[in-house]
Design a protein around this ligand. Structure first.
Ligand SMILES: *[C@@H]1O[C@H](CO)[C@@H](O)[C@H](O)[C@H]1NC(C)=O
Ligand SMILES: *[C@@H]1O[C@H](CO)[C@@H](O)[C@H](O)[C@H]1NC(C)=O
Ligand SMILES: *[C@@H]1O[C@H](CO)[C@@H](O)[C@H](O)[C@H]1NC(C)=O
Ligand SMILES: *[C@@H]1O[C@H](CO)[C@@H](O)[C@H](O)[C@H]1NC(C)=O
Ligand SMILES: *[C@@H]1O[C@H](CO)[C@@H](O)[C@H](O)[C@H]1NC(C)=O
Ligand SMILES: *[C@@H]1O[C@H](CO)[C@@H](O)[C@H](O)[C@H]1NC(C)=O
Ligand SMILES: *[C@@H]1O[C@H](CO)[C@@H](O)[C@H](O)[C@H]1NC(C)=O
Length: 662
């Protein structure tokens, strides 16, 4: 490609309109627009681009291009050779590394060269007449192949002067001497670059000079010729000589071109004007290169287009249309960041999925460490704005027992909540190992109590210690997350509200999780701190007993089970059997009693979270005479509650429960 580009560059660099005097010039071909006054034979032809093609790169070709009319080479007296000067630009294009065989400037006595052969004979001579003085052939060869053992050639890239013979009278590796420092610079003839050659002969001094130089380097003749040799051409020349070019290919083949040519006789010391190379020839290789370029270009355009399309798609995916209000709330994170953090919400980053949506693991660039990103799809946009306002304010909640909300992002129907990442997963997963998950070590009693205290402290903060009352609405084991040190953190606070906001007002939907929902919810549908306490009660029993509030297999209600065991005076049998008795009995009784206490049917009968914390921390004593009241029905019914008989089954005192132990 480089030579072609070089060639094109040269075209632009060369002055195109050289004004020259034609007086001394016999002829000048500044490009070969038509075969005017030229005799072509063999494979020679004029290409549409204005190049004279002597051969293409097919094998065993031979082509000649001679000026129509002979020039007078010897003066009329027959004693002195006429001085002549010629300059031409040639170009040898090879597809493979090794091309052949070369071309030659030729002066011959006849238009048809006798015995001319292809290959190493360059279309000049043949085996039969090689070296015969009756040939009358003078040539300057530009040979690109070292003929095997023939012609004493020194290398495969040389310039030689041939007198009736292909054993060159003088031959030099192709090159030129720089004008500045006389440095010998070699030139590769078949490098697909236009090369200018000058052949000058002084009939009086009988000195022949041959000079070459790549057009890309210089278009003026280097001062020092490559070959400067005293040669008497008188024996070679006849009075009239035909001038032109010859070229051939063999098993090795190149395309050989003459791009411009000037010739004149008479000398007078004048230098023939520089031929102006015409538009580049389109050799097959050049065509191949151009086609390849075009393909490459097309491919590049297609690739670029695909790239652009992908980029636009990605941009569209990541684009955000922000509603004005969204900007008012702090902790908003750009969707783009979350998209990148989760590798485009890749399945491999999925931590879990539940009723609310999916949770992904993500690495935010801005903040240090890993985060959990919860994606909630909300079909009703209705409450989104209010909810985001709430969520944004929840972002300000800070408590060591609450999962920190790092930020949020709304995208269409999706709400994305960014939480701190809890490496130990949920309490639920620790209590009830799922079959498809690796077994985890059983939580010890100590760990369980610590977790319960933590959750209680978190709930207390939400209910009473923050600037406004926050009702969690969905306290359950799967919303309790465990930190690296197995400390509990309550997550997803306030989230259930999203569903309330989004719900159709006509059909008030009760949110929460079965077994954790206070019975009054079915009637009032209003979450209060007491409903959170009820759920926490269920959690207390769940953690202590290692059973779900409603057994998924049998449908057994855990509260009722504990209550029944308590009524039989066998409360401790409710404790998780897997612990194998390794627990503090007093603590266990307290937790179970507190669980029942929080699980009472009447909301106002339940303790507050502050009281719960006090009990758990041993700061308050259990009122032994307190009576717990339960309803047998799971749904709350004021009527049935009012008519409840105070049977031992439905009521129990702490003292009876705790076996008078405290
Ligand atoms: C061809 O030769 C004739 C005379 O020999 C001359 O008049 C004419 O200009 C030449 N044409 C070209 C294109 O050199
Ligand atoms: C090369 O030239 C020869 C002779 O002119 C011709 O027969 C052949 O079709 C050419 N090949 C190509 C590839 O142009
Ligand atoms: C040279 O060529 C001429 C004419 O073709 C022929 O008569 C002569 O025998 C040849 N000489 C040699 C040495 O081949
Ligand atoms: C070719 O080279 C050899 C050895 O260098 C020399 O003896 C012989 O004369 C040369 N032949 C010609 C025709 O120059
Ligand atoms: C070159 O040509 C000259 C005559 O012009 C001759 O004397 C000399 O021997 C030739 N040299 C070779 C190497 O052919
Ligand atoms: C130019 O240099 C090359 C080696 O780089 C050498 O073979 C060649 O003979 C030199 N040419 C001249 C004319 O000194
Ligand atoms: C050949 O080159 C020499 C310098 O190397 C120069 O003196 C001489 O004039 C040149 N002859 C011709 C005919 O250009």
């Amino acid at each position: 490609m480089a030579p072609l580009l070089g060639f094109l560059a040269v075209l632009f660099l060369l002055p195109h309109c050289l004004v020259r005097s034609l007086a001394d010039v016999d002829f000048l071909y500044n490009g070969f627009q038509h075969a005017a006054n030229l005799s072509l034979d063999g494979s020679a032809s004029i290409l549409r681009g204005g190049a004279l093609q002597l051969t293409n790169d097919s094998n065993n070709l031979m082509g000649h291009a001679l000026y129509d009319s002979p020039v007078q080479a010897v003066r009329n007296d027959g004693a002195v050779v006429v001085s002549f000067s010629t300059a031409f630009v040639f170009d040898i294009v090879t597809i493979d590394r090794n091309g052949g065989h070369g071309l030659a400037f030729v002066m011959a006595a006849s238009k048809v060269l006798p015995g001319a052969s292809a290959e190493q004979y360059l279309g000049l001579l043949g085996k039969s007449n090689q070296g015969n003085s009756s040939n009358h052939v003078f040539a300057v060869e530009f040979d690109t192949v070292q003929a095997n053992g023939l012609f004493n050639e020194t290398n495969g890239n040389h310039v030689g002067v041939d007198l009736n013979s292909l054993f060159s009278n003088v031959s030099k590796p192709a090159g030129y001497f720089t004008d500045d420092d006389g440095k010998n610079v070699s030139v590769t003839l078949e490098s697909a670059q236009p090369i200018q050659a000058w052949v000058d002969y002084d009939g009086v001094t009988k000195v022949l000079n041959v000079t070459i130089a790549p057009v890309s380097v210089t278009t003026t003749r280097p001062r020092r010729p490559l070959i400067s040799r005293a040669i008497d051409l008188l024996p070679i020349f006849k009075q009239d000589m035909y001038v032109g070019f010859s070229s051939s290919t063999g098993k090795l083949a190149s395309s050989h071109y003459i791009l411009a040519w000037s010739f004149r006789t008479g000398g007078g010391g004048g230098v023939p004007q520089v031929p102006n190379p015409p538009t580049p020839p389109l050799s097959r290789s050049a065509v191949i290169k151009i086609v390849a370029l075009a393909y490459a270009g097309t491919l590049a355009v297609i690739v670029a287009a695909i790239g652009l399309a992908l980029w636009l798609r990605r941009r569209a995916v990541l684009a955000e249309t922000l509603e004005e209000w969204e900007l008012d709330h702090p902790h908003r994170l750009p969707y783009r960041e979350l998209y990148i953090a989760t590798k485009g919400f890749k399945a491999s980053e999925l931590l879990g999925a539940g009723g609310f949506g999916q949770v992904y693991r993500g690495v935010l660039r801005r903040s240090v460490g890993v985060v959990a990103i919860k994606r909630i799809s909300n079909n009703g946009t209705q409450g989104m704005r209010e909810f985001v306002a709430e969520v944004a304010s929840l972002g300000r909640l800070r408590h060591r027992n609450l999962v920190e909300l790092r930020g949020w992002c709304k995208r269409g129907q999706d709400l994305l909540l960014v939480y701190e990442y809890m490496p130990n997963g949920s309490l639920d997963a620790h209590l009830f190992c799922r079959a498809d998950e690796p077994a985890r070590p059983l939580l010890t009693w100590k760990q369980r109590v610590k977790i319960l205290r933590g959750v209680a402290a978190g709930l207390l903060y939400l209910h009473e210690e923050w600037e406004q009352v926050v009702i969690h609405r969905d306290v359950k084991a799967s919303n309790v997350l465990l930190g690296a040190d197995m400390s509990a953190r309550l997550g997803d606070f306030g989230l259930a509200r999203l569903y309330e906001h989004g719900a159709d007002p006509a059909t008030t939907r009760v949110v929460g999780t079965l077994g954790y929902m206070g019975p009054e919810l079915t009637v009032t549908a209003r979450a209060t701190t007491a409903t959170d306490v009820f759920a926490f009660g269920a959690l207390l029993l769940e953690v202590a007993c290692g059973r779900r509030p409603i057994d998924p297999a049998t449908g057994e209600n855990l509260t009722r089970r504990v209550r029944d065991l308590g009524a039989k005076g066998d409360l401790l049998r409710a404790v998780d059997e897997r612990l194998g008795g390794r627990y503090d009995t007093e603590e266990a009784k307290l937790v179970l009693w507190l669980g029942l206490m929080c699980g009472q049917s009447r909301p106002e009968a339940r303790p507050s979270m502050r009281q719960v914390c006090q009990y758990l921390d041993g700061e308050a004593d259990v009122q032994e005479d307190a009576v717990l009241i339960f309803s047998d029905v799971d749904s709350f019914d004021f009527g049935s509650l009012a008519s409840l008989t105070w049977s031992s089954r439905n009521t129990m005192s702490a003292s009876s429960l705790l076996g008078g132990g405290r």
